[in-house]
Write a protein that binds this ligand. Structure first.
Ligand code: NAD
Length: 295
C-alpha cells in the first residue's frame, strides 16, 4: 500500500483516484471543486484543504489537470509543490499538456532530486473508470519502475516513451493521427453512401482491407453501424471535440518545434476548429461526419 496525494478530480481524475482507493492505497485528494472532493470522500479518500496538505509525506503525487498552466501553477515556483516535497516522493503528471511545460517541470524536479514522470493517458472516461487506461511515460528508468507499480492500478498498457516530455510527445503524435484517420474514415463512408453503398457493408469491406483503422474498428462514426459507438448515441461523448482541438494545438507545437511539415495534421486541426466553431465543442469527435452533410 502506498500513500498517494491526488490533485484534480474531474472526469478522468475522479475515477482514477477511486481505482487507487479500491486497490488499497491510502489516498488524500484535493480539487478546487468541493463537489468533486465530496465524491471522492464518499468512496474513502481523505479530503485535504489544499494541494500541499494532500501531498504531505506522500510516496506518490499524481495530478490530472486541464492544461500546462495548471500543472506549472501547482508544481513550480517558491510556493509550488516541488519545493515542499520530500526527495522520496515520485511525481506523476497524467494531464495532457504541452511537452515544453512537462520538460520544464521534469527539469525542476530533477534539480531538487525528485523523480518526475509525464504520464498522459489514452482511453477516456470509460477506460478511467474501468482501470484500463494506456499510459505513455516520459522520465528516467528508475522513476518509470516506481511509476509502473501505481499506474498498473489505473491502467492496462504502460509504456516508457523516453525522457521527460516524451510521454506528451507520444500523446500528441497519437491524437494527431487519430484526428486524421477519423476524418478520413468519415469521408470514405460518406463517399460510399452517396454512391448507394450501405455504410455497414462498406465498413466491413474496409475492415477486411487496407483501409482498416481504429476509428472504423471500434468507433465507427456512422450512426447505427456500431451499437455502442457515440455515433449511435447522438454523438454524446466519448471524447469531446473541444479536447481534440486542444490536443491538435499541442501536436502543432510539437511539429513546429522540430520542423515537421505535418500538412495532414494542420488540415485536421482546421477542420476540427471549424466543427468546434459551429457549436459542436461538447459533442463527440466522431460527429465530424456531420460536416459532410452540410453541402
Ligand atoms: P476536467 O475538467 O473534468 O477535470 C479537471 C479538474 O482539475 C477539475 O475538477 C478542476 O476543478 C481541477 N483543477 C483545476 N485546477 C486545479 C488546481 N489548481 N488545483 C486543484 N484542482 C484543479 O478534465 P478531465 O476530462 O478530467 O481531463 C483532465 C486531463 O486529462 C486533461 O489534460 C485532458 O486533456 C486529459 N484527458 C482527458 C480525456 C477525456 O476523455 N476526458 C482523455 C484523455 C486525456
Amino acid at each position: 500500500m502506498a500513500k498517494i496525494g491526488f490533485i484534480g478530480l474531474g472526469n478522468m481524475g475522479g475515477p482514477m483516484a477511486s481505482n487507487l482507493i479500491k486497490a488499497g492505497h491510502q489516498v488524500a485528494v484535493f480539487d478546487l471543486s468541493e463537489a468533486a472532493c465530496k465524491q471522492l470522500a464518499d468512496v474513502g479518500a481523505a479530503v485535504a484543504e489544499d494541494t500541499a496538505a494532500a501531498c504531505e509525506n506522500a510516496d506518490y503525487v499524481i495530478s490530472m489537470l486541464p492544461a500546462g498552466k495548471h500543472v506549472a501553477g501547482i508544481y513550480l515556483g517558491d510556493q509550488g509543490l516541488l519545493a515542499k516535497l520530500d526527495t522520496q516522493t515520485t511525481v506523476l503528471d497524467c494531464s495532457t499538456i504541452d511537452a515544453e511545460t512537462a520538460r520544464k517541470v521534469g527539469e525542476a524536479a530533477a534539480t531538487l532530486g525528485i523523480g518526475f514522470m509525464d504520464s498522459p493517458v489514452s482511453g477516456g472516461v470509460a477506460a478511467a473508470a474501468a482501470g484500463s487506461l494506456a499510459f505513455m511515460c516520459g522520465g528516467d528508468a528508475t522513476t518509470f519502475e516506481k511509476a509502473r507499480v501505481i499506474l498498473a492500478d489505473m491502467g492496462k498498457n504502460i509504456f516508457h516513451a523516453g525522457p521527460a516530455g516524451a510521454g506528451q510527445v507520444a500523446k500528441a503524435c497519437n491524437n494527431m493521427l487519430l484526428a486524421i484517420h477519423m476524418i478520413g474514415t468519415c469521408e470514405a463512408l460518406e463517399m460510399g453512401a452517396r454512391n448507394g453503398l450501405d455504410p455497414k457493408v462498406l465498413s466491413d469491406i474496409m475492415l477486411a482491407s487496407s483501409g482498416r483503422n481504429w476509428s472504423l474498428e471500434v468507433y465507427n462514426p456512422w450512426p447505427e453501424v456500431m451499437e455502442n459507438a457515440p455515433a449511435s448515441k447522438g454523438y454524446k461523448p466519448g471524447f469531446m471535440v473541444d479536447l481534440m482541438v486542444k490536443d491538435l494545438g499541442l501536436a502543432m507545437e510539437v511539429a513546429d518545434g522540430c520542423g515537421v511539415d505535418n500538412a495532414m495534421g494542420q488540415l485536421a486541426r482546421k477542420l476540427y476548429e471549424g466543427h468546434q466553431d459551429a457549436g459542436n465543442g461538447q459533442r463527440d469527435f466522431s460527429s465530424i461526419l456531420e460536416r459532410l452533410k452540410q453541402d
